[in-house]
Design a protein around this ligand. Structure first.
Ligand code: ZN
Length: 263
């Protein structure tokens, strides 16, 4: 896995979100209601119509057996109408449903629908609003990450997902804490110690890397300024970890993550 492509959700230097989610839901499966042969029901739960609210009827697209079917199709044309039977009482969201203009009696049709929903219902970003996925630059290539942002991304990847069956001492044990009980098997001090140790090994590896490869001064970890791990006062199973490191261009690079454990 390359560290060169930008998968950060927020810019650590400006704290602004990058890679905002468009909440596009792609190819959800639907079935035709067997009473009226016109209304679509969500295949995963046929007692409802749409899985999530539609945000913009003009962005709805439908495919039948892989063939895109437009709303003005003479045989399979469809309309987006309000679903008066479903209201979310907490969010007050209005739901819609898709209705064929004429009955559709194909045996076992494969119906797929793509649409834009609202953040609370988005499966693409899990309602977080941003994606830690490859980002596409204006040129069409994947966006590369450089300098201080690269250091922050490398640090997060090192702590959260480093793996090496041959040199396990160069990896971070935080992943192995999954499923353990906070306060009994693992404490916030253990988490803090593990992050400090891993950053130390990352520094050693970068020093070795620098002897065979040119690194930008901004992407090299110089000093670990601070690492804190504190239990969230409103949630005793969550530990907020914040780390600040410095690089060789005199900047400090902040980063952080939250880890939730079993209670
Ligand atoms: Zn989303």
């Amino acid at each position: 896995m390359s560290f060169d492509y930008n998968v950060l959700t927020i810019d650590p230097m400006t704290q602004l979100p990058i890679g905002a989610c468009d909440h596009q839901q792609s190819f959800e499966r639907y079935v035709v209601n067997q009473d009226d042969f016109r209304t679509l029901n969500y295949a995963g739960n046929p007692s409802i119509n749409m899985r999530a609210p539609i945000n913009g009827a003009s962005h709805v697209q439908m495919w039948i057996h892989g063939q895109q079917v437009y709303s003005d199709d003479p045989t399979y044309g469809w309309t987006v109408v309000q679903d008066p039977n479903r209201v979310d009482l907490t969010t007050q969201d209005t739901f819609f449903k898709i209705v064929f203009n004429r009955p559709v009696r194909i045996v076992l049709p494969l119906i797929e629908v793509s649409y834009i929903t609202r953040q609370d219902y988005c499966l693409k970003c899990s309602a977080t609003g941003s994606l830690n996925d490859f980002k596409v630059a204006a040129s069409g290539d994947f966006l590369k990450v450089t300098q201080g942002n690269k250091l922050a991304q490398k640090l997060l990847k090192w702590v959260l997902c480093s793996q090496c069956p041959f040199y396990p001492s160069f990896t971070c044990a935080i992943k192995s804490y999954i499923g353990k009980k906070l306060g009994i098997q693992i404490t916030d001090t253990d988490i803090q110690t593990e992050v400090v140790n891993s950053l130390g090994t990352m520094q050693q590896v970068q020093n070795a890397q620098g002897t065979v490869q040119t690194l930008q001064p901004q992407e090299i970890l110089k000093d670990i300024v601070s690492v804190t791990a504190t239990t969230d006062p409103s949630n005793p199973t969550a530990v907020k970890v914040a780390a600040v490191v410095s690089n060789y261009s005199g900047q400090t690079v902040p980063t952080g993550f939250t880890i939730r454990m079993n209670s």
